[in-house]
Design a protein around this ligand. Structure first.
Ligand code: 13P
Length: 282
């Protein structure tokens, strides 16, 4: 599978590749059932926590089976890796893409580790995503209003420096996006995204982190301005939790997980279809 080619096609057609994170079989089945309706390549994402829970080798085996079942490309990405060591393990296990999240580090330190990851990954044909700017929040429901400061956002000229020095294939910038769902979501700064794109768009694929809770019109706007990959986690987690709770409540005597799971799977399938429908026809 030529992943770069898949990304290039997505970029040329302004049709983004979705990354759906998972750590549980019901989530995975919901993702598969949703994505298979569209027959378009997508990414299975696991964060460090999700990958530690699943096991790196197990996640790789799962992705291979999913791809076999669907008959079109499915890419496995290690999302938000916090250390070279974890990403090295993921690459050695068979992940096809890795994301080093050095966003909390000073830029020089971020560049240094991202470059090390990129050099290890590239020799093995693995795609690398870097991150610059301070992307706040975690993939959960937050009770408060989202607070994004301008100083957290990616500076276009720093993005250029970062991309040139690290050699990453993809870049996750911060332009008003945030992980998780908040009482009040911020608006995306599409002007900043355009400026970043004009600096680095020739060399990297731009990634939208924090896909949950962003109004569809803004997601579409971001893709028009150059986003090629969209990450989604909280909306999947939320559907899992809400419907699992209901399913448990509705069936107080039931102890067989597979009998409780169908409603959960259906709810996640709906989340996936709703997102993919923004760009693809069934
Ligand atoms: P959300 O949890 O906001 O969807 O963000 C997911 C993400 O960006 C994973 O990298």
């Amino acid at each position: 599978m030529n992943i770069k080619k898949i990304f290039k096609t997505a970029q040329a057609k302004h049709l983004p590749i979705f990354q759906f994170n998972f750590s549980d079989l019901s989530q995975l089945k919901g993702i598969i059932n949703g994505a298979k309706k569209f027959k378009k390549p997508f990414i299975l994402g696991t964060s460090e926590g999700e990958s530690n829970f699943l096991g790196l080798n197990f996640a790789v085996a799962i992705k291979k089976e999913v791809e076999k079942e669907l008959g079109f490309p499915v890419i496995l990405n290690l999302d938000h890796g916090k250390s070279f060591d974890h990403l090295k393990k993921a690459i050695d296990a068979g992940y096809e893409m890795v994301h080093f999240d050095g966003s909390s580090l000073p830029i020089r330190e971020n560049i240094k580790i991202t470059k090390k990851v990129a050099s290890y990954a590239k020799k093995r044909g693995v795609l690398v995503e870097g991150e610059l700017g301070f992307l706040r929040g975690t993939s959960e429901i937050h009770r408060e209003m989202a607070k994004i400061k301008v100083k957290d956002m990616t500076l276009p000229r720093e993005a250029q420096l970062f991309v040139k020095e690290t050699g990453v294939d993809a870049l996750a910038p911060v332009f008003g996006n945030i992980h998780g769902i908040y009482k009040k979501m911020p608006s995306l700064d599409l002007k900043r995204l355009s400026m970043i794109k004009s600096r680095v768009g020739k060399w990297v694929f731009l990634v939208l982190h924090g896909g949950s809770g962003i109004p569809s019109s803004q997601i579409k706007g971001a893709v028009k301005k150059g986003i090629v990959k969209i990450n989604l986690n909280t909306e999947i987690r939320l559907a899992w939790r809400k419907v699992l709770e209901k399913s448990l409540k509705d069936n107080p005597q039931e102890v067989a997980p597979y009998k409780l799971a169908p409603q959960v799977i259906k709810a996640i399938e709906k989340v996936i279809v709703k997102k993919m429908k923004l760009f693809y026809k069934i």
